[in-house]
Design a protein around this ligand. Structure first.
Ligand code: ZN
Length: 462
Protein backbone atom coordinates (compact mmCIF):
# COMPACT_ATOMS: atom_id res chain seq x y z
CA UNK A 1 0.00 0.00 0.00
CA UNK A 2 1.32 3.38 -0.97
CA UNK A 3 1.54 6.38 1.31
CA UNK A 4 -1.57 8.51 1.51
CA UNK A 5 -0.85 12.03 2.68
CA UNK A 6 -3.07 15.04 3.33
CA UNK A 7 -2.25 17.71 0.79
CA UNK A 8 -3.14 21.23 1.94
CA UNK A 9 -3.29 22.37 -1.69
CA UNK A 10 -6.18 20.08 -2.58
CA UNK A 11 -7.49 19.79 1.00
CA UNK A 12 -7.67 16.03 0.78
CA UNK A 13 -5.70 12.87 1.37
CA UNK A 14 -3.88 11.78 -1.75
CA UNK A 15 -1.64 8.95 -2.81
CA UNK A 16 1.96 10.18 -2.81
CA UNK A 17 3.54 10.00 -6.26
CA UNK A 18 6.97 11.58 -6.69
CA UNK A 19 7.86 13.33 -9.95
CA UNK A 20 10.91 11.19 -10.49
CA UNK A 21 10.52 8.01 -8.44
CA UNK A 22 12.42 6.71 -6.53
CA UNK A 23 13.93 10.19 -6.03
CA UNK A 24 12.03 12.54 -3.77
CA UNK A 25 12.76 16.23 -3.21
CA UNK A 26 11.59 17.42 0.18
CA UNK A 27 11.86 20.89 1.69
CA UNK A 28 11.11 21.80 5.28
CA UNK A 29 11.02 25.42 6.42
CA UNK A 30 13.79 25.68 8.97
CA UNK A 31 14.27 27.92 11.97
CA UNK A 32 14.94 31.63 12.29
CA UNK A 33 17.94 31.37 14.55
CA UNK A 34 17.48 34.19 17.05
CA UNK A 35 16.30 32.15 20.06
CA UNK A 36 15.84 28.59 21.31
CA UNK A 37 13.11 26.59 19.57
CA UNK A 38 9.92 26.12 21.55
CA UNK A 39 8.30 22.71 21.73
CA UNK A 40 5.66 23.70 19.17
CA UNK A 41 8.42 24.31 16.60
CA UNK A 42 9.98 21.02 17.54
CA UNK A 43 6.71 19.23 16.91
CA UNK A 44 6.85 20.44 13.28
CA UNK A 45 10.42 19.20 12.87
CA UNK A 46 9.35 15.85 14.27
CA UNK A 47 6.60 15.67 11.64
CA UNK A 48 9.19 16.34 8.96
CA UNK A 49 11.39 13.60 10.41
CA UNK A 50 8.59 11.02 10.57
CA UNK A 51 7.68 11.73 6.96
CA UNK A 52 11.32 11.56 5.91
CA UNK A 53 11.88 8.27 7.72
CA UNK A 54 8.68 6.82 6.27
CA UNK A 55 9.78 7.63 2.74
CA UNK A 56 13.27 6.26 3.28
CA UNK A 57 11.92 3.05 4.83
CA UNK A 58 9.60 2.74 1.83
CA UNK A 59 12.61 2.67 -0.47
CA UNK A 60 12.63 6.26 -1.75
CA UNK A 61 15.85 8.18 -2.17
CA UNK A 62 15.00 11.40 -0.42
CA UNK A 63 16.91 14.63 -0.61
CA UNK A 64 15.87 16.66 2.41
CA UNK A 65 16.61 20.37 2.45
CA UNK A 66 16.05 22.57 5.49
CA UNK A 67 16.99 26.23 5.42
CA UNK A 68 18.50 28.23 8.22
CA UNK A 69 17.16 31.80 8.32
CA UNK A 70 20.16 33.76 9.52
CA UNK A 71 19.21 37.20 8.27
CA UNK A 72 15.91 38.67 9.39
CA UNK A 73 14.51 41.62 11.35
CA UNK A 74 14.20 39.73 14.64
CA UNK A 75 17.82 38.59 14.43
CA UNK A 76 19.14 42.06 13.79
CA UNK A 77 17.04 43.55 16.58
CA UNK A 78 18.15 40.98 19.15
CA UNK A 79 21.82 41.16 18.19
CA UNK A 80 21.62 44.91 18.68
CA UNK A 81 20.01 44.47 22.10
CA UNK A 82 22.78 42.13 23.16
CA UNK A 83 25.47 44.21 21.60
CA UNK A 84 26.84 41.34 19.50
CA UNK A 85 27.01 40.82 15.77
CA UNK A 86 24.12 39.04 14.02
CA UNK A 87 26.45 36.20 13.07
CA UNK A 88 27.50 35.69 16.70
CA UNK A 89 23.83 35.42 17.61
CA UNK A 90 22.88 33.12 14.73
CA UNK A 91 25.81 30.75 15.15
CA UNK A 92 24.90 30.28 18.81
CA UNK A 93 21.27 29.43 18.04
CA UNK A 94 22.07 27.38 14.95
CA UNK A 95 24.22 25.19 17.16
CA UNK A 96 21.49 24.98 19.79
CA UNK A 97 18.95 24.07 17.10
CA UNK A 98 21.10 21.25 15.76
CA UNK A 99 21.63 19.95 19.27
CA UNK A 100 17.87 19.88 19.76
CA UNK A 101 17.41 17.85 16.59
CA UNK A 102 20.08 15.41 17.62
CA UNK A 103 18.63 14.92 21.07
CA UNK A 104 15.23 14.24 19.53
CA UNK A 105 16.78 11.72 17.15
CA UNK A 106 15.74 13.80 14.14
CA UNK A 107 17.86 12.79 11.17
CA UNK A 108 19.95 15.64 9.76
CA UNK A 109 18.89 17.18 6.46
CA UNK A 110 21.07 16.52 3.44
CA UNK A 111 21.53 20.24 3.01
CA UNK A 112 21.04 23.16 5.41
CA UNK A 113 21.35 26.22 3.19
CA UNK A 114 21.95 29.46 5.07
CA UNK A 115 20.09 32.51 3.79
CA UNK A 116 23.18 34.70 4.03
CA UNK A 117 24.94 32.47 1.49
CA UNK A 118 22.24 32.92 -1.15
CA UNK A 119 21.84 36.68 -1.29
CA UNK A 120 23.12 37.05 -4.85
CA UNK A 121 20.76 34.32 -6.06
CA UNK A 122 17.92 36.11 -4.28
CA UNK A 123 18.79 39.36 -6.00
CA UNK A 124 18.77 37.59 -9.38
CA UNK A 125 15.43 35.99 -8.57
CA UNK A 126 13.89 39.33 -7.61
CA UNK A 127 15.29 40.92 -10.77
CA UNK A 128 13.58 38.25 -12.83
CA UNK A 129 10.27 38.97 -11.09
CA UNK A 130 10.64 42.68 -11.78
CA UNK A 131 11.43 41.98 -15.43
CA UNK A 132 8.31 39.84 -15.73
CA UNK A 133 6.24 42.70 -14.37
CA UNK A 134 5.28 40.79 -11.23
CA UNK A 135 7.24 42.97 -8.86
CA UNK A 136 7.98 46.67 -8.65
CA UNK A 137 10.37 48.97 -6.86
CA UNK A 138 9.17 51.67 -4.47
CA UNK A 139 11.49 53.81 -2.31
CA UNK A 140 14.34 51.32 -2.58
CA UNK A 141 12.22 48.31 -1.63
CA UNK A 142 10.84 45.76 -4.07
CA UNK A 143 7.32 44.39 -3.68
CA UNK A 144 5.49 41.48 -5.23
CA UNK A 145 2.32 42.72 -6.93
CA UNK A 146 -0.27 40.15 -5.85
CA UNK A 147 -2.84 41.48 -8.33
CA UNK A 148 -0.59 40.06 -11.08
CA UNK A 149 -0.89 36.55 -9.68
CA UNK A 150 -4.58 35.61 -9.98
CA UNK A 151 -4.12 32.38 -8.07
CA UNK A 152 -2.97 34.22 -4.96
CA UNK A 153 -4.73 32.70 -1.95
CA UNK A 154 -5.18 29.21 -3.41
CA UNK A 155 -3.33 27.49 -0.57
CA UNK A 156 -4.61 29.32 2.50
CA UNK A 157 -7.96 30.38 1.11
CA UNK A 158 -7.48 34.02 2.08
CA UNK A 159 -10.22 36.05 0.52
CA UNK A 160 -8.71 37.75 -2.45
CA UNK A 161 -11.67 40.08 -2.69
CA UNK A 162 -10.11 41.70 0.36
CA UNK A 163 -7.00 42.06 -1.67
CA UNK A 164 -5.73 45.55 -1.20
CA UNK A 165 -3.86 46.25 -4.37
CA UNK A 166 -1.43 49.07 -4.32
CA UNK A 167 -0.97 48.82 -0.55
CA UNK A 168 2.31 47.43 0.62
CA UNK A 169 3.52 45.57 3.62
CA UNK A 170 7.16 45.68 4.60
CA UNK A 171 7.12 43.40 7.62
CA UNK A 172 7.74 39.66 7.23
CA UNK A 173 4.88 38.73 9.50
CA UNK A 174 1.39 40.06 9.15
CA UNK A 175 -2.21 39.32 9.96
CA UNK A 176 -4.59 37.37 7.78
CA UNK A 177 -6.50 40.54 6.94
CA UNK A 178 -3.40 42.04 5.40
CA UNK A 179 -3.67 40.64 1.91
CA UNK A 180 -1.29 43.14 0.39
CA UNK A 181 1.77 43.40 -1.77
CA UNK A 182 4.67 41.95 0.17
CA UNK A 183 8.35 42.87 0.29
CA UNK A 184 10.90 40.84 -1.65
CA UNK A 185 13.66 43.30 -0.89
CA UNK A 186 13.58 45.80 1.97
CA UNK A 187 15.42 49.08 1.93
CA UNK A 188 17.24 49.74 5.18
CA UNK A 189 19.33 52.63 6.48
CA UNK A 190 22.96 52.71 5.48
CA UNK A 191 24.12 52.09 9.06
CA UNK A 192 21.93 48.95 9.32
CA UNK A 193 22.95 45.42 8.42
CA UNK A 194 22.41 45.02 4.71
CA UNK A 195 24.04 44.73 1.34
CA UNK A 196 24.10 46.56 -1.96
CA UNK A 197 21.56 45.66 -4.61
CA UNK A 198 20.34 47.19 -7.89
CA UNK A 199 17.73 48.98 -5.72
CA UNK A 200 20.21 50.27 -3.18
CA UNK A 201 21.20 49.23 0.32
CA UNK A 202 18.84 46.69 1.84
CA UNK A 203 18.20 43.07 2.67
CA UNK A 204 15.96 40.31 1.37
CA UNK A 205 12.50 39.59 2.75
CA UNK A 206 11.97 36.32 4.57
CA UNK A 207 9.64 34.68 2.03
CA UNK A 208 11.96 34.98 -0.95
CA UNK A 209 14.71 32.95 0.69
CA UNK A 210 12.67 29.74 0.79
CA UNK A 211 11.72 29.98 -2.88
CA UNK A 212 15.32 30.60 -3.89
CA UNK A 213 17.03 28.01 -1.71
CA UNK A 214 14.49 25.25 -2.27
CA UNK A 215 14.67 25.66 -6.04
CA UNK A 216 18.45 25.96 -6.10
CA UNK A 217 18.63 22.64 -4.30
CA UNK A 218 15.65 20.72 -5.64
CA UNK A 219 14.63 22.22 -8.97
CA UNK A 220 11.57 24.24 -9.95
CA UNK A 221 8.96 21.79 -8.65
CA UNK A 222 9.30 20.17 -5.24
CA UNK A 223 7.64 16.90 -4.38
CA UNK A 224 6.98 17.82 -0.77
CA UNK A 225 7.05 21.00 1.27
CA UNK A 226 6.61 20.73 5.04
CA UNK A 227 5.93 23.43 7.59
CA UNK A 228 3.86 24.41 10.59
CA UNK A 229 0.25 25.45 9.97
CA UNK A 230 1.18 28.99 11.07
CA UNK A 231 3.39 29.29 7.98
CA UNK A 232 0.56 28.61 5.53
CA UNK A 233 -0.29 32.30 5.36
CA UNK A 234 1.45 34.46 4.48
CA UNK A 235 4.74 32.56 4.17
CA UNK A 236 3.79 29.62 1.96
CA UNK A 237 1.21 31.59 0.01
CA UNK A 238 3.95 34.08 -0.86
CA UNK A 239 6.42 31.32 -1.70
CA UNK A 240 3.91 29.97 -4.24
CA UNK A 241 3.28 33.40 -5.77
CA UNK A 242 6.99 34.16 -6.20
CA UNK A 243 7.93 30.73 -7.46
CA UNK A 244 5.07 30.05 -9.84
CA UNK A 245 5.16 33.65 -11.00
CA UNK A 246 8.80 33.26 -11.95
CA UNK A 247 8.87 29.74 -13.41
CA UNK A 248 5.32 29.36 -14.71
CA UNK A 249 5.44 25.87 -13.22
CA UNK A 250 3.82 24.30 -10.22
CA UNK A 251 6.00 24.99 -7.17
CA UNK A 252 5.00 22.15 -4.86
CA UNK A 253 3.04 18.96 -5.42
CA UNK A 254 2.30 18.12 -1.79
CA UNK A 255 2.08 20.76 0.91
CA UNK A 256 2.10 19.12 4.35
CA UNK A 257 1.24 21.21 7.42
CA UNK A 258 1.55 20.23 11.06
CA UNK A 259 -0.98 21.53 13.58
CA UNK A 260 -0.35 23.66 16.67
CA UNK A 261 0.85 22.46 20.00
CA UNK A 262 -1.06 23.92 22.93
CA UNK A 263 0.10 23.99 26.51
CA UNK A 264 -2.60 23.29 29.09
CA UNK A 265 -5.15 24.06 26.41
CA UNK A 266 -3.72 27.49 25.62
CA UNK A 267 -1.56 28.92 22.92
CA UNK A 268 2.04 29.08 24.08
CA UNK A 269 3.32 32.54 24.87
CA UNK A 270 6.12 33.99 26.88
CA UNK A 271 3.71 36.34 28.70
CA UNK A 272 1.56 33.42 29.89
CA UNK A 273 4.64 31.63 31.24
CA UNK A 274 3.74 28.48 29.31
CA UNK A 275 6.47 28.79 26.71
CA UNK A 276 8.73 25.74 26.87
CA UNK A 277 11.91 24.61 25.20
CA UNK A 278 13.63 21.24 25.18
CA UNK A 279 15.87 22.60 27.93
CA UNK A 280 12.85 23.08 30.19
CA UNK A 281 11.81 19.50 29.54
CA UNK A 282 15.23 18.17 30.46
CA UNK A 283 15.48 20.38 33.50
CA UNK A 284 12.31 18.81 34.83
CA UNK A 285 13.93 15.40 34.54
CA UNK A 286 12.32 14.20 31.31
CA UNK A 287 14.24 12.81 28.37
CA UNK A 288 13.93 14.23 24.84
CA UNK A 289 12.86 10.72 23.76
CA UNK A 290 9.79 10.96 26.01
CA UNK A 291 8.80 14.16 24.25
CA UNK A 292 9.23 12.43 20.92
CA UNK A 293 7.05 9.59 22.17
CA UNK A 294 4.42 12.08 23.35
CA UNK A 295 4.34 13.78 19.96
CA UNK A 296 3.74 10.40 18.30
CA UNK A 297 0.62 9.90 20.41
CA UNK A 298 -1.19 12.72 18.56
CA UNK A 299 -1.96 12.85 14.86
CA UNK A 300 -0.02 15.65 13.19
CA UNK A 301 -3.21 17.17 11.83
CA UNK A 302 -4.75 17.44 15.27
CA UNK A 303 -3.89 20.11 17.77
CA UNK A 304 -1.87 18.54 20.53
CA UNK A 305 -2.31 19.54 24.13
CA UNK A 306 0.93 19.36 26.05
CA UNK A 307 0.74 18.93 29.82
CA UNK A 308 3.47 17.83 32.24
CA UNK A 309 1.14 15.01 33.25
CA UNK A 310 0.93 13.74 29.66
CA UNK A 311 4.71 13.92 29.34
CA UNK A 312 5.05 11.86 32.49
CA UNK A 313 2.77 9.21 30.99
CA UNK A 314 4.81 9.24 27.80
CA UNK A 315 8.05 8.83 29.71
CA UNK A 316 6.69 5.79 31.57
CA UNK A 317 5.42 4.16 28.38
CA UNK A 318 8.67 4.88 26.58
CA UNK A 319 10.84 3.45 29.37
CA UNK A 320 8.73 0.29 29.43
CA UNK A 321 9.11 -0.21 25.71
CA UNK A 322 12.82 0.45 25.82
CA UNK A 323 13.45 -2.01 28.63
CA UNK A 324 11.38 -4.61 26.83
CA UNK A 325 13.61 -4.28 23.77
CA UNK A 326 16.91 -4.10 25.60
CA UNK A 327 15.98 -6.93 27.96
CA UNK A 328 16.09 -9.47 25.16
CA UNK A 329 19.41 -11.21 24.75
CA UNK A 330 20.69 -11.61 21.21
CA UNK A 331 20.96 -15.38 21.51
CA UNK A 332 17.56 -16.69 22.54
CA UNK A 333 16.25 -17.16 19.01
CA UNK A 334 13.79 -19.97 18.61
CA UNK A 335 12.33 -21.55 15.51
CA UNK A 336 9.09 -19.92 14.54
CA UNK A 337 5.93 -21.85 14.06
CA UNK A 338 4.08 -21.10 10.84
CA UNK A 339 1.31 -19.64 12.91
CA UNK A 340 3.65 -17.19 14.60
CA UNK A 341 5.22 -16.19 11.32
CA UNK A 342 1.80 -15.37 10.04
CA UNK A 343 1.21 -13.28 13.12
CA UNK A 344 4.42 -11.31 12.48
CA UNK A 345 3.38 -10.57 8.91
CA UNK A 346 0.04 -9.44 10.18
CA UNK A 347 1.64 -7.00 12.63
CA UNK A 348 3.93 -5.66 9.96
CA UNK A 349 1.00 -5.05 7.65
CA UNK A 350 -1.00 -3.36 10.37
CA UNK A 351 1.89 -1.10 11.26
CA UNK A 352 2.43 -0.01 7.67
CA UNK A 353 -1.28 0.43 7.07
CA UNK A 354 -1.30 2.93 9.95
CA UNK A 355 1.84 4.77 8.82
CA UNK A 356 0.70 4.92 5.20
CA UNK A 357 -2.67 6.23 6.25
CA UNK A 358 -1.55 9.85 6.46
CA UNK A 359 1.10 9.07 9.09
CA UNK A 360 -1.32 7.82 11.71
CA UNK A 361 1.31 7.44 14.41
CA UNK A 362 -1.08 6.94 17.34
CA UNK A 363 -2.39 3.89 15.47
CA UNK A 364 1.16 2.75 14.63
CA UNK A 365 2.12 3.01 18.31
CA UNK A 366 -0.84 0.86 19.28
CA UNK A 367 0.44 -1.84 16.91
CA UNK A 368 3.82 -1.62 18.65
CA UNK A 369 2.10 -2.28 21.98
CA UNK A 370 0.12 -5.16 20.50
CA UNK A 371 3.42 -6.70 19.48
CA UNK A 372 4.92 -5.99 22.89
CA UNK A 373 2.05 -7.78 24.62
CA UNK A 374 1.81 -10.66 22.13
CA UNK A 375 3.06 -14.21 22.62
CA UNK A 376 5.52 -14.25 19.71
CA UNK A 377 9.09 -15.21 20.68
CA UNK A 378 10.85 -12.36 22.46
CA UNK A 379 13.65 -12.23 19.89
CA UNK A 380 11.14 -11.69 17.09
CA UNK A 381 9.31 -9.18 19.18
CA UNK A 382 12.51 -7.22 19.57
CA UNK A 383 13.43 -7.45 15.89
CA UNK A 384 9.99 -6.36 14.80
CA UNK A 385 9.85 -3.41 17.18
CA UNK A 386 13.31 -2.29 16.10
CA UNK A 387 12.19 -2.49 12.48
CA UNK A 388 9.22 -0.27 13.31
CA UNK A 389 11.59 2.05 15.14
CA UNK A 390 13.24 3.00 11.86
CA UNK A 391 10.08 5.02 11.28
CA UNK A 392 9.28 5.94 14.89
CA UNK A 393 12.85 7.06 15.57
CA UNK A 394 12.59 6.45 19.30
CA UNK A 395 16.09 5.03 19.49
CA UNK A 396 14.77 1.90 21.21
CA UNK A 397 17.80 -0.14 20.23
CA UNK A 398 20.30 2.58 21.04
CA UNK A 399 22.72 1.62 23.74
CA UNK A 400 25.15 4.20 22.59
CA UNK A 401 25.73 7.37 24.54
CA UNK A 402 23.03 9.91 23.78
CA UNK A 403 25.04 12.60 22.11
CA UNK A 404 27.23 12.25 19.08
CA UNK A 405 30.34 14.31 18.81
CA UNK A 406 30.62 17.04 16.21
CA UNK A 407 33.03 14.83 14.38
CA UNK A 408 30.31 12.19 13.92
CA UNK A 409 27.96 14.78 12.51
CA UNK A 410 30.46 16.01 10.01
CA UNK A 411 31.25 12.47 8.96
CA UNK A 412 27.70 11.75 7.98
CA UNK A 413 27.88 13.72 4.72
CA UNK A 414 31.04 11.91 3.69
CA UNK A 415 29.66 8.55 4.76
CA UNK A 416 26.53 9.15 2.73
CA UNK A 417 28.64 9.88 -0.33
CA UNK A 418 30.64 6.68 0.11
CA UNK A 419 27.46 4.65 0.50
CA UNK A 420 26.00 6.16 -2.66
CA UNK A 421 29.20 5.47 -4.53
CA UNK A 422 29.15 1.90 -3.27
CA UNK A 423 25.55 1.40 -4.37
CA UNK A 424 26.44 2.69 -7.80
CA UNK A 425 29.37 0.23 -7.93
CA UNK A 426 27.11 -2.65 -6.91
CA UNK A 427 24.58 -1.68 -9.55
CA UNK A 428 27.37 -1.82 -12.14
CA UNK A 429 28.52 -5.16 -10.71
CA UNK A 430 31.88 -3.61 -9.87
CA UNK A 431 32.37 -5.77 -6.80
CA UNK A 432 36.02 -4.96 -6.38
CA UNK A 433 35.20 -1.27 -5.96
CA UNK A 434 32.21 -2.01 -3.74
CA UNK A 435 34.39 -4.14 -1.43
CA UNK A 436 36.98 -1.40 -1.24
CA UNK A 437 34.32 1.09 -0.24
CA UNK A 438 32.93 -1.27 2.36
CA UNK A 439 36.40 -1.64 3.89
CA UNK A 440 36.75 2.10 3.94
CA UNK A 441 33.44 2.52 5.74
CA UNK A 442 34.38 -0.13 8.25
CA UNK A 443 37.66 1.57 8.89
CA UNK A 444 35.66 4.67 9.66
CA UNK A 445 33.73 2.70 12.26
CA UNK A 446 30.56 1.86 10.35
CA UNK A 447 28.79 -1.45 9.96
CA UNK A 448 27.70 -2.13 6.40
CA UNK A 449 24.83 -4.42 5.66
CA UNK A 450 23.34 -5.21 2.26
CA UNK A 451 19.59 -5.58 2.33
CA UNK A 452 17.03 -6.00 -0.46
CA UNK A 453 16.24 -2.29 0.03
CA UNK A 454 19.86 -1.32 -0.50
CA UNK A 455 22.88 -0.72 1.67
CA UNK A 456 22.28 -0.02 5.32
CA UNK A 457 25.00 1.63 7.30
CA UNK A 458 25.06 2.21 11.00
CA UNK A 459 27.63 3.38 13.44
CA UNK A 460 29.33 0.34 14.97
CA UNK A 461 28.35 0.10 18.61
CA UNK A 462 31.01 1.59 20.80
ZN1 ZN B 1 9.98 28.77 4.44
Amino acid sequence: MALQIYNSLTRKKEEFKPINSPSVGMYTCGPTVYDFMHIGNLRTFLLSDILYRTLVASGYKVKLVMNITDIEDKIIKRAKERNITPSELTSKYTKAFKENLQKLNILPADVNPHATEYISQMVEYIKALVEKGLAYEKDGSVYFDISKFPEYGKLSGVETRELKTGTRILSDEYAKEDVQDFALWKAVDKDEVGMMSPWGWGRPGWHIECSVMSQEQLGETLDIHVGGIDLMFPHHENEIAQSEGKTGKKFVNYFVHGEFLLVDGKKMSKSLGNYYTLCDIEEKGFTPASFRYLVLTAHYKDQMNFTWESLKGAQTAYERLKSLVSGVAQSDRTVLSAEKEEKIDEYREKFWAAVNNDLNMPQALSVVWEVAKSNIPSQDKRDLILLFDEVLGLGLGDVRKDTDTDEDKELSGEVKKLVEEREEARKNKDFKRSDELRDKLQEMGYEVEDTPEGTRVRHAKK
